[in-house]
Design a protein around this ligand. Structure first.
Ligand SMILES: Cc1cc2nc3c(=O)[nH]c(=O)nc-3n(C[C@H](O)[C@H](O)[C@H](O)COP(=O)(O)OP(=O)(O)OC[C@H]3O[C@@H](n4cnc5c(N)ncnc54)[C@H](O)[C@@H]3O)c2cc1C
Length: 380
């Protein structure tokens, strides 16, 4: 238990969003006299996922990547698209390395308190209260990374599940091209649905191989296993391998209005705050941008969640999700157009929500089709 029961800031959840927010506070003198608690039932001492993202150098995460790549490819049933990523680099960070890095930095500062406990309820007014299984705390502001129950119970929004299983394998012989990751391989699919394999080669003999669905319904674990095994045998020609690790996930790609749960005293963060990019499921770099905006708002005495989202990208994401929902078989075509007809700078700037209107027009032109026109007008 912490020695105090009131904090300036309570961060619920020591995951990606909670720890990135705390790290940003720890690096800013404005917060050096603030008491900050991080509450999570988990000690965060297992490698529960691998985060991948693209960025330009230099970066604050320079010491963390387990592997980086300068080249990527997309395989469709018709063609291979080779991508030279410069000026970007694609990077993977093992979650355990990130947790250890963050804990070491935060534990070195006495005004950060780690509390191992599960939050049961929070109250906004008249007092900002956090009740856990064991205690009760008050705070000036709460950052909450729990996904609202309404997302599961009252969800009328467009939601596609990005669900997947991945295994890290070690082959007996040198097989992988360590310089090139496979962003999407559509040669093996589950029927007409949007499904693909993602391959991150860590060395000549080790790689993460993930079978991913962008669909409304999820599948049994045995289904992912069957596709992964098939891919390894048929497309990688590996018969002899050992499984070193596995990860499973379901990332919501959704138009659910998470930001409507923000108040003056409570800010939803991470997946629970809608920080996962609806059209891609990526959130590592978006988390960084949102955290920077929150800190800027706090320092300017504004509500922390003010202007966290750009409306035009919400619209683009919604159109994209509508196409995927109404015509799920179009996924392969859609990504082939997107990656095949635009240059890397335009694509990444668009996905990072930094594009100009001219770049957005280029992207829209590359996807121009009856499906998009329909989805566009239905979304309007
Ligand atoms: C397997 C997997 C792989 C992914 N890979 C990528 C990737 O490569 N690139 C990318 O950009 N994104 C990726 N994502 C998506 C996204 O980046 C992650 O889901 C990310 O972890 C979201 O951050 P978060 O802080 O919202 O959630 P989390 O990191 O899951 O953290 C939430 C924390 O809240 C805690 N918590 C929950 N309930 C309570 C409670 N009641 N009280 C206190 N604490 C609580 C949990 O214990 C957890 O520690 C991946 C997601 C998964 C699941």
């Amino acid at each position: 238990m912490a020695e105090r029961s009131h904090f300036d800031y309570i961060i619920i959840g020591n995951g990606l969003a909670g720890l990135q927010l705390a790290l940003k506070m720890a690096s800013d003198g404005f917060f050096s006299d603030k008491h900050i608690a991080l509450i999570d039932p988990s000690e965060k001492n297992t490698n529960d996922k691998t985060w991948s993202f693209w960025e330009k150098e230099p970066s604050q995460w320079a010491d963390l990547p387990y592997k980086t790549w300068q080249k990527a490819k997309i395989n469709t049933s018709k063609t291979t698209i080779d991508l030279v990523l410069a000026p970007y680099t694609y990077k993977s960070i093992r979650a355990i390395d990130f947790y250890n890095y963050a804990k070491t930095k935060l534990e070195a500062q006495q005004h950060f308190n780690f509390i191992i406990d599960k939050v049961t309820t929070i109250t906004d007014t008249p007092k900002t209260i956090v009740k856990t299984q064991q205690h009760r705390y008050t705070a000036t502001h709460i950052f909450d990374s729990r996904v609202p129950d309404d997302f599961y119970n009252l969800n009328n929004s467009i939601t596609i599940n990005q669900h997947f299983k991945g295994i890290v394998i070690k082959s007996k012989t040198d097989i992988f091209d360590v310089d090139t990751l496979t962003m999407m391989d559509y040669r093996l699919k589950d029927g007409a649905q949007t499904t693909f394999t993602y391959v991150l080669p860590f060395s000549k003999t080790e790689a993460l191989i993930e079978f991913t669905y962008f669909t409304e319904k999820v599948v049994d674990e045995a289904v992912y296993d069957m596709f992964i095994e098939n891919y390894i045998k048929t497309y990688l020609n590996i018969n002899n391998y050992e499984v070193l690790e596995s990860e499973k996930g379901n990332i919501p790609m959704t138009t659910f209005p998470f930001d409507s749960y923000n108040t003056k005293n409570i800010t939803k963060i991470g997946t629970g705050g809608g920080w996962v990019k609806p059209s891609t499921g990526y959130s590592f770099k978006h988390t960084e941008t949102k955290v920077a905006k929150i800190i800027e708002n706090i320092k300017a005495s504004k509500t922390p969640s003010k202007h966290l989202f750009k409306r035009k990208y919400k619209f683009y994401d919604k159109v994209f999700l509508k196409v995927l929902k109404d015509e799920n078989h179009k996924g392969e075509w859609l990504f082939q157009q997107f990656y095949g007809k635009n240059n890397i700078d335009t694509m990444f700037r668009f996905l990072d929500e930094e594009s100009s209107f001219a770049e957005e027009l280029k992207i829209m032109w590359s996807l121009f089709s009856w499906s998009f026109i329909k989805a566009f007008f239905k979304t309007l």
